[in-house]
Design a protein around this ligand. Structure first.
Ligand code: FMN
Length: 182
């Protein structure tokens, strides 16, 4: 699938078929994540592939009340959890180098997960970025060690819905010329 077509046609998927996803396919989406750019090539990301039903249920229980992706987290054949090593991205010798502090790991993980979701879509798979959950609780569930945190998770599986297109702002609303607001 052509890149712009993949970008434009990907949608958040919150209902999945029970059809399993094989290891080779999962490796393909993880490979896309692996090739994302990152701060000084620090590659702070780590990915946990969750297939176990009890673990998926536990992860679903960390989502915010009424999170529309909760059932998908419980029922999709796979959930991929993206973690990050702290004090690496945007840091030099463990100290932040910009006014953003130790938050550039969010950026790097987002780039990796965007790659992952786009390649998943090109392979006919659905995903939904999930950010609204108790990341500390999820880290406990998954045994994430100190110095790392959980950033986001996504179910992964074959879509069982026609996803609705969420409209986007027009370029005229978000692009300025030479100066902010210009
Ligand atoms: C950082 C981030 C966090 C998100 N968190 C959630 C979430 O917790 N639950 C959910 O159902 N969707 C979540 N979404 C999905 C967005 O609602 C969705 O991407 C947006 O409405 C645009 O729809 P589309 O992905 O179909 O284009 C999240 C998306 C992003 C980028």
């Amino acid at each position: 699938m052509e890149v712009l077509e993949a970008i434009k046609s990907r949608r958040s998927i919150r209902r999945y078929k029970t059809t399993p996803v094989d290891d080779k396919t999962i490796e393909q989406v993880l490979e896309a994540a692996r090739w994302a750019p990152s701060w000084a090539n620090t590659q702070c990301w780590r990915f946990i592939v969750v297939r176990d039903d009890n673990m998926k249920a536990e992860l679903a229980s960390t989502l915010t009340p009424n999170n529309p992706a909760a059932d998908a987290t419980r029922n999709a054949p796979v959930v991929i959890v993206a973690c990050a090593e702290l004090k690496r991205s945007g840091c030099y010798r463990g100290e932040p180098t910009t006014d953003k502090g130790d938050s550039w790991f969010m950026f790097d993980v987002a780039l990796a997960m965007q790659n992952l979701t786009l390649v998943a879509h090109a392979l006919g798979l659905g995903t939904v970025h999930i950010g609204a959950f108790d990341a500390k609780k999820a880290a406990d569930v998954l045994g994430v060690p100190e110095g790392f945190c959980v950033v986001e998770m996504t179910p992964l599986g074959y879509p069982d819905q026609e996803a609705r297109t969420a409209p986007r702002k027009e370029l005229s609303e978000i692009v300025f010329r030479d100066k902010f607001g210009g």
